[in-house]
Design a protein around this ligand. Structure first.
Ligand code: ZN
Length: 427
């Protein structure tokens, strides 16, 4: 199957960060031509004046929590945790599927084509991801037995999931860890060994709250990154979510180990956990930075456009420096940075010949994106856009949404099912 996209502003995110005016030809899921495409295609999309971007990459979420939005708002953090854990413990495969489908719909509509998930029941979530046409790196959460609501040993559940979902086209199983507050050193080491042996991503929460850092300091005499470094847990296949409460020494340790981070500014701000991830210092230390929304119980949105703008504003405002992070860097974090974070930078994250056609087409005629000129395309995407500007989305060369109509999931049914599930869950 081939798709041609004609006469668009193409934000390539290639090594030169070229913004081109022209066409794209996609064949067999890959970008084959960029520029002037003369041949016809099975599907021809007139994108005159529109903007084409690489699909955005959300590197930290809990997609099945999409049905939990608005259920635990405006609470102090311990009360928030108590409330979400009590709802989580009652969840069934049916409502996890409903939540995952709802979250996938929201991601398609807001231009995300790849996401990293951290949850249990990833086998159920995988079904929803496959139906949606998105690409999911699904990390089964491992934690100590005494803290889990999973039946069976979490590491065994994780292994079983990874083994049975290996080799799928758009599902990449991964190993997840809840964090230092519920994982012993033995749990970290066992998860690391399994991930290394099987070349899987290791995705974990890190230093989200000051309390988590202080508790570990009391218990181990070290801060979380120092502790994980001592366990030899950190490495190139590691992806740490939040990383908000870090010292400069910890930033350097992450840089030395090649560990990526997923910053989640909206979630951190809404929960008021304090701590602003030291992104400028990470960039200097060579830490690969990517962006995540976190789950809908804390965000309460999966919109990556909103996330990168907020990230920029938070960093600028807290440093009293509007030049501290630039629009181009913010877009990099959500595209090529995300691709590196999951080890897929050779196939996704930019629009280049031979790469997978994960693409977002935005309405370039929309008032909020104009005036549009080559010089301000990236700036307008980062600071002026809205997820409502997303018209069409392709993942792996397949159209998931065309002209604002989602083609893979039955939108009305998914939304109705989510409402029914919440009624059952909340009573
Ligand atoms: Zn999280």
């Amino acid at each position: 199957m081939s798709v041609a996209i004609r006469d668009a502003w193409i934000v390539t995110q290639n090594p030169n960060r070229d913004v081109l005016k022209g066409d794209l030809l996609i064949e067999d899921g890959l970008v084959r031509e960029i520029g002037d495409v003369r041949s016809g295609a099975d599907t021809d999309i007139d994108a005159s004046g529109d903007i084409v971007l690489p699909g955005l990459i959300n590197t930290h979420t809990h997609v099945a929590m999409a049905i939990m939005k608005g259920m635990a708002d405006d609470l102090p953090f311990p009360d928030f945790l108590a409330r979400t854990f009590s709802i989580d413990s009652k969840r069934t495969p049916k409502d996890i599927k409903c939540g995952a489908e709802l979250g996938c719909l929201e991601m398609i509509r807001s231009g995300t084509t790849t996401f990293v998930d951290l949850y249990y029941s990833e086998d159920v979530i995988a079904g929803a991801v496959e139906a949606s046409g998105l690409r999911g790196i699904l990390s089964w959460t491992v934690l100590d037995q005494e803290f889990t609501t999973q039946s069976g040993k979490p590491m065994d559940n994780c292994r079983r999931f990874c083994e049975s979902f290996r080799g799928r086209e758009r599902i990449l199983p991964a190993v997840g860890l809840q964090g230092v507050y519920v994982c012993s050193s033995g749990t970290f080491v066992e998860a690391r060994d399994y991930a290394l042996e099987n070349r899987l991503l290791l995705h974990f929460h890190l230093s989200e709250t000051r309390r988590e850092v202080n508790d570990l300091k009391k218990r181990e005499g070290m801060r979380p990154v120092e502790y994980l470094d001592k366990l030899k847990f950190l490495g190139k296949t590691g992806l740490a979510a939040h990383a908000a409460w870090l010292t400069l020494n910890e930033v350097r340790i992450l840089g030395r180990n090649g560990t990526s981070i997923s910053t989640c500014p909206v979630s951190n701000m809404k929960l008021a956990t304090g701590g602003v991830a030291p992104i400028p210092e990470m960039v200097v230390a060579g830490v690969n930075v990517s962006v995540g929304t976190d789950g809908s119980a804390t965000n309460n949105s999966l919109d990556m456009f909103g996330e990168i703008k907020t990230l920029g504003l938070l960093q600028k405002s807290s440093r009293w420096d509007p030049s501290i992070l630039k629009a181009q860097q913010l877009l990099d974090f959500a595209t090529i940075g995300g691709a590196k974070a999951v080890g897929l930078e050779s196939s996704i994250g930019s629009i280049e010949i031979g790469k997978k056609a994960d693409l977002v087409i935005m309405d370039g005629k929309s008032p909020n994106l104009n005036p549009l000129r080559r010089e301000n395309v990236v700036s307008n995407v980062v600071y002026s856009s809205s997820c409502q500007n997303v018209k069409s989305v392709l993942c792996d060369g397949r159209l998931l949404m065309k002209g604002r109509e989602v083609l893979t999931l039955a939108e009305g049914k998914v939304v109705d099912a989510a409402v029914d599930c919440v009624r059952d869950l909340m009573g």
